[in-house]
Write a protein that binds this ligand. Sequence first.
Ligand code: ZN
Length: 285
Amino acid sequence: MNSAILTMDDFPSKNTPAIVDYLNEKKIKAIFFAIGRNIERYYEEAAYAVKNGMIVGNHSYSHPAFSSLPMAACIQEIESCERVLDKLYQDIGAKRTVRPFRFPYGDKGGENKAALQRYFRENGFHKVDDTQITYPWWKENGLDTDIDTFWTFDFMEYKIRPNSGFTRESVWERMHDANPELGAALFPRAMSQAPCLHEHKTNRVGLANAARVNTNVSKRHISLGAHQGSCAAAYGGVIDSGENNRHILLMHAHDETEEMLPEYYKVFIEHLLENGLTFEEPRFV
Ligand SMILES: [Zn+2]
């Protein structure tokens, strides 16, 4: 059975304490990737998450696309958020033992990519343990050596907005897509039984979006990633059962999503649990 760690981006929000309470009730320890200025705005909510056992990582100070910034500005974005996080932990009297980082939009910094990875290595940032992620595209794109935290599955629930046409059902479809074009199937049994129809209309929207924002993830990842691997499996080619694989799940702490779909996190996580996905405590290497 597949297992996963949960990450939630754009933390914190007004809704954070409710999310934290739900996760604790389900014994799920998540990594919340914080936007520095959001912490300044929702300080109590951020403190609540730390006090209640969640890990808070760095998601930059103001959520820019790193490939559009010179190196010095990238570092400033990272370090400004670090200062806010250090203060938060200090105020609470909690020890900050790990420093994970996630790039806004998964944008790894364009021409500064290598320099940024070196910066993370030399400045005490922590890599989430991904040793059990076995998808070929994970390695092909160097995600197994990058220090920042990428993901294997994005719920894309942040697209549930007025008149977007993207709804709870769209997320549902993504969760049950046996052959996702980007990322990996959540439910291995469905994947091995499903024929590949080469019709991934819902995902095409997501794919275009991912291709736009993940400027430094190669096109090969997007076009030849999990999709073709699992298509081959469906046609009796490469055996890619997806079983016993590790996921890094990506959801977002957005009050706007809460307004559209109350307790959205519960709706989706509950479904994963019912289908036997197990959550693990994040570990770091
Ligand atoms: Zn973000």
